[in-house]
Design a protein around this ligand. Structure first.
Ligand SMILES: NC(=O)c1ccc[n+]([C@@H]2O[C@H](COP(=O)([O-])OP(=O)(O)OC[C@H]3O[C@@H](n4cnc5c(N)ncnc54)[C@H](OP(=O)(O)O)[C@@H]3O)[C@@H](O)[C@H]2O)c1
Length: 256
């Protein structure tokens, strides 16, 4: 049995991929979850090159049965769960007055309920290992906008959900925190900029160049930088940190 096992959702690209590769330095085995198996295999190769075992699980985490299946496969392969990093997210970026019930439900089904169900399914193993959970939120939790209302609303709910899990985790020995990244250059950020550009009478290229200035930051974050924050939250050094929200945003939030 490996000495330490971490599950990373959204590991097929972007911040989840970078986090899985970073965690290969700290954990003996990584479980990589997303829908795109070919991309997950590429992450797995990088994880193995980094010195950890890797298990690829292709799953749509918006499906209710996926959470228990991921936990069952992890325990069958590795026998323990020390850390769970809920990073998968694909909340639609649609105007508040245009977004349908089905689109709201799609956003909630993955990012909120997918993370909630997987955390609950993994909880007994996390409790046994005195493990750690991270839930991915985002700075939009602090800046809800009408033009993409679900993103901020669901990210705010994630912060509250993490706090609720951390409350139970005090008695159960499981630490739970959330992360608020600012703008990080990934596939999701590019699709956001394509949405943002026409709202500001710009092309996507102009929006990509101008957005950091509009956001009051020097540059976009890199997925590898957020991966360092994720690695800290599941490290022994963060053991007394629970119920907290860690922001890493290049200074986007201007208030104290
Ligand atoms: N980039 C930013 O600026 C930023 C800022 C704040 C917060 N965030 C948050 O950080 C997280 C990662 O964002 P990112 O920028 O790295 O996005 P990304 O590059 O689009 O990656 C999203 C990940 O989620 C997975 N995913 C999507 N739908 C899924 C489903 N139904 N079941 C399982 N996995 C699914 C994707 O894999 P498959 O397509 O293979 O399933 C992919 O691995 C998201 O929760 C996002 O809201 C990002």
């Amino acid at each position: 049995m490996p000495k330490s096992v971490a599950i990373v959702t959204g590991a097929s690209q972007g911040i989840g991929e970078a986090t899985a590769i970073r965690l290969a330095r700290d954990f003996s085995a990584l479980v990589l979850v997303a829908r795109n198996q070919a991309n997950l295999e590429q992450t797995a190769a990088a994880v193995r090159a980094g010195g950890a075992q890797a298990l690829v699980i292709g799953a749509d985490l918006s499906e209710p049965a996926a959470a228990q299946s991921v936990v069952d496969q992890t325990l069958a392969a590795f026998g323990r769960i020390d850390a769970l990093l809920n990073i998968a997210g694909a909340v639609p970026q649609i105007d508040l007055f245009e977004m349908t019930d089905a689109q709201w439900e799609g956003g909630l089904a993955l990012k909120l309920h997918g993370a909630r169900r997987l955390t609950i399914a993994a909880w007994p193993a996390l409790k046994a290992a005195k493990g750690a959970v991270v839930l991915m939120s985002g700075n939009s939790a602090l800046f809800p906008k009408a033009s993409y209302a679900a993103v901020g609303t669901i990210n705010a709910a994630i912060v509250a959900l993490a706090k609720a899990f951390s409350d139970r985790g005090i008695a159960d020995g499981v630490q739970v925190n959330s992360v608020l990244p600012g703008p990080v250059m990934t596939g999701r950020r590019q699709s956001y900029l394509e949405h943002w550009a026409p709202l500001h009478n710009m092309t996507a290229a102009e929006a990509t160049a101008n957005f950091p200035k509009e956001a009051g930051i020097a540059r976009y974050g890199e997925p590898e930088e957020i991966a360092e924050a994720m690695a800290f939250l599941v490290s022994p050094g963060a053991r007394w940190m629970t119920g907290s929200t860690l922001r890493m945003d290049g200074g986007e939030v201007k208030s104290i």
